[in-house]
Design a protein around this ligand. Sequence first.
Ligand SMILES: Nc1ncnc2c1ncn2[C@@H]1O[C@H](COP(=O)(O)OP(=O)(O)O)[C@@H](O)[C@H]1O
Ligand SMILES: [Mg+2]
Length: 299
Amino acid sequence: MTQAITETDLQGIKLVRRGKVRDVYEVGEHLLIIATDRVSAFDVVLPNGIAGKGEILTQISLYWFRQMQDIMPNHIVATQVSDYPAVLRPYAQLLKGRSMLVKKARPMPVECIVRGYLSGSGWKEYQKSGSVCGIKLAGGLVESARLGEPIFTPSTKAEEGHDINISFDGMRSIVGDALAESLRDSSLKIYAKARELAEKKGIIIADTKFEFGMFGNDLILIDEVLTPDSSRFWSKKTYEPGRAQDSYDKQIIRDYLLTLDWDQTYPGPVLPDPVVEKALERYKEIYRIITGDAMPLPA
Ligand SMILES: Nc1ncnc2c1ncn2[C@@H]1O[C@H](COP(=O)(O)OP(=O)(O)O)[C@@H](O)[C@H]1O
Ligand SMILES: [Mg+2]
């Protein structure tokens, strides 16, 4: 198996942030975002990565950025190493396929989550209170039920640890009324378009998270979009309300981790090869289904 790229070190280029999965460098007026092969589960970065994951997720994001550009401008400046500043050329091999040069935005301090189906923390909250992030839902919904209308359920963007779900009013008090409304409307619009496109390919986008930032006076879509790290993708073929669904994301990894006696704090356990291979297969499969391409991956 190819070696997973779990850490990058671009000599002489300023590292501004090592996120859970991506390393962010500053290059002139732009940022260079490199998706590594790191895997985070339950907000813990695991010791070993999945070789090729960074490329697959980057390419899925780029597909969606293109699909959405007429409804929402985004941060992309360049995606081909040949179009990057010359200082990055020595790293062409590393950067190819897994990086993007982007506009430096001021990230909104909230995560914009849209849910079309009842799952994860939304399902947990609904069982307790009948509502999700302060939105009252119809009674008697089962796990994974399709909601009548997709709902916008923002959360805080925690620097460390878990994000906390907030109500729309809570969000208003953080970013102001006008921005809160634009963020909600844009998120719902992007989700609606994505869901329609995905459904034609036999995929249900149960929920997803967007990040936006201000670039000058404009609100733009930043970060990653509609990847298995930021969304729950289900197969229409096997979808069955009333239970948890098999998803094209880290489910395989989470399921494995839940068999262990691990308290979900650092350090995380090493993933055995068969789990890594199975997860990679799932990532490749969702890439193929969504973009319609076979991923030209390293062997
Ligand atoms: N265009 C942009 N301008 C500024 N920051 C960005 C932009 N796009 C993404 N980011 C930030 O880069 C980081 C990406 O790394 P990631 O691994 O997702 O980190 P995290 O652990 O915070 O999820 C995130 O903090 C995200 O908010
Ligand atoms: Mg992130």
